[in-house]
Design a protein around this ligand. Structure first.
Ligand code: PSU
Ligand code: MN
Length: 307
């Protein structure tokens, strides 16, 4: 028996793909696990509006009734935002949740799987998962990075989450042959902050040239993605000294509470939000939105390049 993965498209996304108009895939784990209600629902809608402003059609992805939804409806977003207990589904969980007819919120990694299956070459989120601090003993490396080596999807983001070891994250991407292109800055951004202190291997401000780089990567036979970074806007960025202090405290708390595995990213992000009086959550929302607009422009540039 051959198995096909059920995919349910929203009308708008189906039409856009049919007419070869640009589409940007978006994750849903940030709705269920990243932000609190009702900010999560409001932000998800603002992210979609930002993709449109950039010139593309948004396709927020989730799993419902054992099918991949590509293009969540407003009702889907409200349900995911307000109901507790919807599981985080990363790549390793995807076949189990689909085969069981279950539901879940997709991470960057599983959203990339879904985007490629749906024929969407661009994805946007605020920050990638990456190599965690202390990974030399815990081996905690986000499957977001591994999936980038396996799915032909370009990812537009404000770098990787600052709670991570960003130098090791960059090393990993280099080792795994994933191109990193910085748009609008010399450095790899740190999600809440404009710079991680690490220089990006390439800076390209011309969006049409970035589209050509993505097309060239795939023409050369690479089976994976490309990371395109865009820094947070000055008015949204958090003071790096404040963020770093909060992260260090959060790491100590996580160790004390024995938090490891798939719950760690959420635990750390929320601890940092509390320590900064919500400042980082605010930045997270703003960066999701500003990044989505850039993602919309990049996907549009890629569609122009392809035509
Ligand atoms: N928690 C948040 N915001 C997020 C995530 C978790 O406050 O954005 C996410 C993203 O969905 C990302 C995932 O893909 O966490 C990475 O998790 P892990 O480090 O467990 O791979
Ligand atoms: Mn992990």
């Amino acid at each position: 028996m051959s198995t096909t993965i059920p995919i349910v498209y929203s009308e708008e996304v189906r039409e856009a793909l049919h007419e070869r108009r640009p589409v940007v895939a978006l994750e849903s784990n940030v709705i269920t696990h990243g932000l609190k209600y009702p900010h999560n629902a409001e932000t998800a809608h603002q992210v979609e509006a930002a993709v449109r402003k950039g010139g593309s059609v948004p396709a927020t992805i989730c799993i419902e009734d054992g099918a991949i939804r590509v293009g969540m409806t407003a009702a889907d977003i409200e349900r995911f935002a307000s109901e507790g207990g919807i599981p985080k589904v990363s790549s390793r969980d995807l076949p189990v949740v689909l085969a069981r007819g279950g539901r879940g919120a997709t991470t960057v990694a599983s959203s990339l799987v879904a985007a490629e299956l749906a024929g969407i070459p661009f994805f946007s989120s605020a920050g990638l998962g990456g190599v965690h601090r202390g990974a030399e003993t815990t081996m905690d490396i986000s499957s977001d990075l591994i999936q980038l080596t396996r799915s032909k999807v370009a990812v537009v983001c404000a770098g990787a989450k600052m709670i991570l070891d960003l130098a090791l994250t960059m090393e990993y991407l280099e080792t795994q042959c994933v191109p990193v292109i910085a748009h609008g800055s010399d450095d790899f951004p740190a999600f809440y902050c404009a710079s991680s202190g690490l220089r990006a291997p390439h800076r390209i401000d011309d969006e049409d040239l970035i589209a050509k780089v993505v097309a060239t990567h795939w023409a050369a036979g690479h089976p994976g993605g490309v990371v395109i970074t865009t820094p947070p806007r000055d008015e949204d960025a958090v003071d790096p000294v404040v963020a770093e202090a909060a992260i260090n405290d959060a790491l100590v708390q996580a160790e004390r509470d024995g938090v490891t595995g798939q719950g760690l990213t959420k635990y750390l992000m929320h601890a940092v939000d509390r320590a900064t009086g919500g400042r980082t959550a605010q930045a997270n929302m703003a960066v999701l939105i500003s990044t989505a607009e850039v993602g919309g422009r990049m996907a549009a540039a890629y569609a122009r390049y392809q035509s």
